[in-house]
Design a protein around this ligand. Structure first.
Ligand code: 3PG
Length: 203
């Protein structure tokens, strides 16, 4: 499975209340986005992954903000189907390789991209996309490193996503704009479904 080809957008979500996890995943799925990245930024993140994996079988739920080998182990236990990291350390890349799960290791510089490609990792997260150089940076990478494809994330929204998606070395983009904190808190899943539908139509 290529994580970059499942959907034009990977929703990056922060879940504070585990009770929101299943309806949130169902709303994204109903809007046409089957992939959901639950960030390990809240105490209930792995419980949320577990619930979505158990109750929304058509969703492909993974973990984001994976930073340590312990994080990897917790995500595997929770039933995550993929892993995403903001950056990559030697220990983390070993743990992600050992997990047997597909993953997008984070990179932001040419040397980081090359080091990962050297390990055979040709699909990476480009983070923080806008701050690290955005569309012109990725365009410049495509010349010397045409064999690495990215999921840029960080500062991307409906306004600039199309420019990223038009690049030959971008498979999909990631972002938190589909799941605004106020919509989650209010249980406004209709709004989330609508945002997902608009994002699914981006490509
Ligand atoms: C991530 O973890 O990938 C980013 O925090 C998401 O970035 P965004 O909030 O700017 O979309």
């Amino acid at each position: 499975m290529s994580l970059l080809d499942l959907a034009p957008v990977i929703p990056v979500v922060v879940i504070d209340d585990v009770a929101r996890a299943v309806p949130l995943a169902r709303a994204l799925l109903a809007g046409g986005l089957p992939v959901i990245e639950v960030t390990l930024r809240t105490p209930c993140a792995t419980a949320a992954i577990e619930r979505i994996a158990a109750e929304v079988p058509d969703a492909i739920v993974g973990a984001g903000t994976v930073r340590t080998p312990d994080d990897v182990a917790a995500c595997v236990r929770a039933g995550a189907r993929f892993l995403v990291s903001p950056g990559t350390t030697p220990d983390l890349v070993e743990a992600m390789l050992d997990s047997g799960l597909p993953f997008l290791p984070g990179a932001a510089t040419v040397s980081e991209v090359m080091a990962l490609a050297e390990r055979g990792l040709h699909e990476q997260k480009f983070f923080p996309a806008e701050a690290a150089g955005g569309v012109p940076y990725l365009k410049a990478l495509a010349g010397p490193i045409p064999d690495v494809r990215f999921c840029p994330t960080g500062g991307i929204g409906p306004r600039n996503a199309p420019q990223y998606l038009a690049l030959p070395n971008v498979g999909c983009v990631g972002g938190s704009w589909l799941t605004p904190a106020d919509a989650i808190a209010a249980g406004d899943y209709g709004r989330i479904e609508k945002l997902a539908r608009e994002a699914a139509a981006l490509r």
